[in-house]
Design a protein around this ligand. Structure first.
Ligand code: AMP
Length: 270
């Protein structure tokens, strides 16, 4: 595996590769990330993983500081899975030049875009910079961060016509919690709550599929969860999975949740 720490070396290393798969990550790798890598290796001749804890997508400095980092272990995992290239950029270089900001339309200011101000602007900004350097054939993203996938796809469609975005399903642990680097920061009690919430929401989605009128119960479910587990819920909403509007049609919706376990913000969708 070639480890590249600056843009010039990266460009040189990948210049002759036409079928390149790109898996952007913030490190702290787990089986969710590995599933994306495996897909990329299946679909592409070469796979490039980036590890970069992007400061401009955090809206709380404490969250950025506490984000789990374990580069040495990540490198071991990537070598084991025979990744071809690892890009670990420095903030000084990757955020050096000021670009014209990608502005998120009012229509898209929903879910995490309201509750984490500036978050997706930061994600789109860094992804835009990465893709302009890498020009991958495919970008592999996880369904766990569905709104992120939705926005990257929407805002990059015209910018990068030769890059396709591939969505990979959410990998969960045996208690059905979606794997996430932040889960390392949760104690046993919090993990138990997270698992219970997932189970309740999976059942709720099943109930809706049997009886659409159940959709109306979402508000009372939000109150119930918040009271039962003593948690702050940013949102619990059902949205159209194709355009994220509130116009819900049969079998075309997803249930989205974001909530706090102490200081740790959890997101998931079903
Ligand atoms: P992160 O390192 O958290 O920024 O995630 C990097 C990529 O891995 C994103 O496309 C995520 O959606 C994806 N990802 C994170 N957790 C999971 C998971 N449990 N299952 C599938 N993909 C995931």
């Amino acid at each position: 595996m070639k480890i590249l720490k600056n843009i010039k070396d990266l460009k040189k290393a990948i210049s002759k590769i036409s079928n390149l798969g790109f898996v952007p990550t913030m490190g702290g790798l787990h089986k969710g990330h590995i599933s994306l890598i495996k897909l990329s290796k299946k679909k592409c001749n070469k796979t490039l993983v980036s590890i970069y804890v992007n400061p401009i997508q955090f809206n709380r400095i404490s969250d950025f500081r506490n984000y789990p980092r374990n580069l040495n272990n990540d490198i071991k995992i990537l070598k084991k899975h025979k990744v071809d290239f690892l890009f670990i950029p420095h903030t000084k270089e990757i955020l050096k030049n000021k670009n014209k900001k990608i502005v998120i339309k009012n229509k898209d200011k929903i879910l995490c875009a309201i509750h984490r101000k500036g978050h997706f602007e930061g994600v789109l900004e860094i992804m835009n910079r990465f893709v302009k350097i890498i020009f991958p054939k495919y970008i592999f993203l996880g369904e766990k961060d569905y709104q992120q996938y939705f926005l990257i796809k929407k805002y990059f469609k015209k910018r990068f016509k030769n890059t396709r975005i591939y969505l990979s399903k959410t990998i969960r642990d045996k208690n059905l919690i979606a794997l996430s680097t932040r889960n390392m920061l949760l104690n046993k009690k919090k993990l138990r709550i997270a698992s219970n919430i997932v189970k309740i929401l999976i059942k709720f989605k099943k109930d809706i599929s049997k009886n659409n009128n159940k959709i109306l119960d979402i508000k009372s479910l939000k109150k119930e969860l918040s009271k039962k587990f003593d948690i702050k819920i940013d949102y619990l909403e059902i949205r159209n999975k194709y355009n994220l509007s509130l116009n819900i049609k049969k079998n075309s919706y997803k249930v989205f949740i974001a909530y706090y376990l102490g200081q740790i913000r959890m997101i998931d969708n079903f």
